[in-house]
Design a protein around this ligand. Sequence first.
Ligand code: G3H
Ligand code: 13P
Ligand code: ZN
Length: 359
Amino acid sequence: MARITLRQLLDHAAERGYGVPAFNVNNMEQVIAIMEAAAAADAPVILQASRGARSYAGDVMLAKMIEAAEITYPAIPICLHQDHGNDEGTCLSAIQHGYTSVMMDGSLIADAKTPADYDYNVAITARVADLAHRVGVSVEGELGVLGSLETGMGEAEDGHGAEGALSHDQLLTDPDQAVEFVKATKVDALAVAMGTSHGAYKFSRKPDGAILAMHVIRAINERMPALHLVMHGSSSVPQELQEAFNRYGGAMPQTWGVPIEEILVGIRHGVRKVNIDTDCRLAMAVALRKVATEKPAEFDPRQFMKPATAALRDLCRQRFEAFGTAGQASRIRPQPLAAMARQYATGSLDPVFSVRAAA
Ligand code: G3H
Ligand code: 13P
Ligand code: ZN
């Protein structure tokens, strides 16, 4: 069995210069699709569950599905990650259920809608990092609020995200403040606000530097070259999937996501974890719509879910290949949580030691 912490996985990714997609999971078919893709590509995986996923599937059901994935694919290191934890309780209960990594998103207060101030974010993230590290579990923090530089809006419609209008400063992580934040909280990875938002409707045109602020990634990477950066809202919302969705009766207005080539720029500048949910949803939804349209007499759910699982598997495989994750699983020997905990206790995993002074 090969459960791995986010920290060990991203350290490996940094050493070898690749990125790891973090796919959201809510049900059995998604777990199967991602694992089939990982096994075919020899890629380590990050399976992440949002609070919504945990309440949709139930904690025990989700945990047991991941256990089944581990047993079925013993050669694939699996990091089970809490996506957008909103408070200590969410993060600690995830750890109880076997998560090897948690995101404490203190950019918003516990309602997951209202932007938090810096001191709140530091205090709650440091508290979670201290507790999680004692048992070897990794922690991702977030500085700056996810949302659109184009509209100045956060997005809360899918259950997590700032509600309403945000200032330009809130929408972009301040690179100097990021150094302070990492020193104060000791997070293993940092989610950066740089103009991306969750969901399908990120940009109304192919993004350029005015609406997708890759310079923020470069500036933080310059100051902290060893810190693992996380890009949220990184679905590419491929044009061909939009067209297919609409061809089979969907109604998706023209939209643009984050181009793969921009993600690769990020990976060259310290981005190690790339969060992708919308593309997975879209790939499955297209396949479901296709069956519903082409086979109106079909009523066996398996006949809908089989092509949907295959479509997700193919999409995940493409991301593993594009980000350089393919071929890496067999090079990793996962360390137990106790070994990680000992390293945190001796300070050898402290990110502060790898921080370069601000320019
Ligand atoms: O945080 C955003 C992810 O896409 C999860 O979405 O809260 O609807 O599960 P969700
Ligand atoms: P997308 O909506 O772009 O897939 O982003 C997912 C995400 O950031 C989950 O935390
Ligand atoms: Zn996110």
